[in-house]
Design a protein around this ligand. Structure first.
Ligand SMILES: Nc1ncnc2c1ncn2[C@@H]1O[C@H](COP(=O)(O)OP(=O)(O)OP(=O)(O)O)[C@@H](O)[C@H]1O
Ligand SMILES: [Mg+2]
Length: 254
């Protein structure tokens, strides 16, 4: 398997006069957690949305598994295994946690009515496998005991874990997460990253924007720092925390 999963070269995206992303080049290698940090408005979410096909890059190229994905629609990018939870069918509060997992798995597999009528037996077989898989993933994010609760009964932090579990249900090669630890308590945030780290050794690589640097830096194998639309530095967390460029991005020009 090739080492580089996602290859971004000279990508720019502007909105009117604002260069939200300005000539970004970076690689996300296979395996582990790759972090993307930077102050508010530095272009992180715009870069993610450009990778995911929500925005067309104005300049530059994006390759996933050596294939150019610049002009692909979001659902095609999803099919290639590059996933973000917004591409999944939305969370239904009135359904159980387990059903929400199944909806996420089926969403893009063409769950045709015909199949459920004429291929009933096969369909039931697949359903059983999906349920087992969903329960396994729920166990990993410690939501298995809530499998039959309604999604509406979950706390904010648990919902977040469910969103990530739903992302994993799609069996992505690369899962993009934008601030997964935002709004959840530090203990759960750390636990969440521990889980991601476990998953990252089982075929799913993570590319994660996170403002909770103390948690991200503990688990990331590589971190890129953005400032004003540009990647200003990148490296292993222990290198980044002694890099003046990293501090300058957060503290502004002295
Ligand atoms: N759809 C849009 N139209 C116009 N300007 C936009 C749009 N989306 C983002 N921007 C601008 O682009 C810049 C980068 O925004 P972006 O949301 O990518 O930053 P971010 O790094 O994700 O910030 P945060 O950490 O606060 O989430 C900001 O100046 C923002 O106002
Ligand atoms: Mg953002």
């Amino acid at each position: 398997m090739e080492d580089i999963l996602l290859k971004i070269r000279d990508v720019s995206k502007h909105f009117g006069g604002i260069y939200a992303v300005n000539g970004v080049s970076l690689d996300v290698k296979h395996g582990g957690i790759c972090g993307l940090v930077g102050p508010n408005g530095s272009g992180k979410t715009t870069l993610f949305n450009t990778v995911l096909g929500l925005h067309r890059p104005d300049e530059g190229t994006i390759h996933f598994h050596s294939r150019c994905i610049n002009n692909l629609a979001p659902h095609r990018i999803y099919e290639l295994g590059l996933v973000n939870s917004f591409q999944l069918p939305r969370l239904f509060p009135q359904l159980t946690v387990l059903d929400n997992m199944l909806v996420a798995a089926r969403g893009h597999q063409g769950d045709r009515l015909v199949n459920s009528i004429f291929l009933r037996e096969r369909w039931q077989e697949q359903e059983k496998e999906l349920i087992e898989e969903a329960l396994g993933i729920l166990e990993l994010v410690e939501l298995d005991t809530h499998a039959f609760s309604f999604a509406s009964q979950l706390s904010g932090g648990q919902r977040k874990l469910l969103e990530i579990a739903r992302g994993l249900m799609a069996k992505p090669t690369l899962l993009l997460l934008d601030e997964p630890a935002a709004g959840i308590n530090p203990v759960l945030g750390k636990k969440l990253f521990e889980k991601l780290w476990d998953f990252s050794h089982n075929g799913t690589t993570f590319f994660v924007v996170e403002h909770r640097l103390e948690i991200l830096f503990e688990f990331a194998s590589w971190v890129y720092v953005m400032d004003k639309g540009k990647v200003v530095t990148g490296g292993q967390p222990r290198t980044i925390i002694s890099d003046p460029v990293f501090y300058r991005a957060y503290l502004g020009e002295e």
